[in-house]
Design a protein around this ligand. Structure first.
Ligand code: BG6
Ligand code: MG
Length: 218
């Protein structure tokens, strides 16, 4: 019998903490362009596509460059980022996530990935989770970035679920907005004030317990 609900998980900041690797690579690029880039400023890049992230970074540094240089820097940033990603193992899966996925599997509840990252399949492969997801929607599949709901609507379609029966787990404001625009239930992971538009907010993934999930489903 087909279950009535489905989950759509964001990747960076929900399944794994790759935000720190994005930060290191963007900061190195900023430094090479002659300006600093702080962890606080890095918050602005969460959930945001690679191209848009570069635009935000260049705005912060008040740097203007040609289209050709932009392409060069995008490649440079991603090459450094992939250096970190290639060393990832299942030890980098965030606390509580394995238990949650095991519980969803035991109940036959399907889950998809809904990520802005073009590196999402590689990361899932690295941490050994790629086969667990019923569907993967990543930065290669969408034409409109979060906060547009496209990524989650495609996820719902792939899960063969109505959007209103999908629950999105997100750490970025843009992601919570995308889930809300898709008329899905949103669970924000992170700062309650920042993510106040989410249906529920949990401080970190360890708060996303099987008991919380059971209550939510019931
Ligand atoms: C999102 C991250 O998941 O993916 C962003 O939160 C990142 O910080 C975006 O810029 C795109 O990632 P990638 O791997 O395609 O450069
Ligand atoms: Mg994220």
């Amino acid at each position: 019998m087909k279950k009535e609900i489905g989950f759509i998980f964001d990747l960076d900041g929900v399944i794994v903490d790759t935000a720190k690797y994005h930060f290191l690579a963007w900061r190195n690029l900023a430094n090479s362009l002659g300006f600093d880039f702080t962890e606080e400023q890095n918050e602005l890049l969460k959930g945001v596509s690679r191209v848009k992230s570069l635009e935000i970074l260049l705005n912060i540094g008040k740097v203007e460059i040609s289209e050709e240089e932009k392409q060069k820097y995008l490649l440079q940033k991603n090459t450094e980022y992939l250096g970190y990603v290639n060393k990832m193992t299942d030890e980098e899966i965030l606390p509580g996530i394995n238990e949650l996925l095991n519980y969803l599997d035991s109940k036959g509840i399907k889950y998809a990935l809904g990520s802005a990252s073009k590196n999402a399949p590689l990361i899932l492969e690295k941490v050994g989770l790629i086969k667990r997801f019923a569907a993967i929607v990543d930065g290669n599949d969408v034409s409109k970035a979060k906060p547009d709901p496209e990524v989650f609507l495609i996820g719902a379609q792939k899960l063969q679920m109505k959007p209103e029966n999908c629950i999105v787990v997100e750490d970025a404001i843009a992601g919570v907005e995308a889930a809300n625009a898709a008329k899905m239930i949103s669970i924000g992971i992170g700062d309650a004030e920042l993510l106040k538009e989410a249906t529920y907010v949990l401080k970190d993934t360890s708060g996303f317990t099987v008991d919380f999930l059971k209550n939510l489903i019931n």
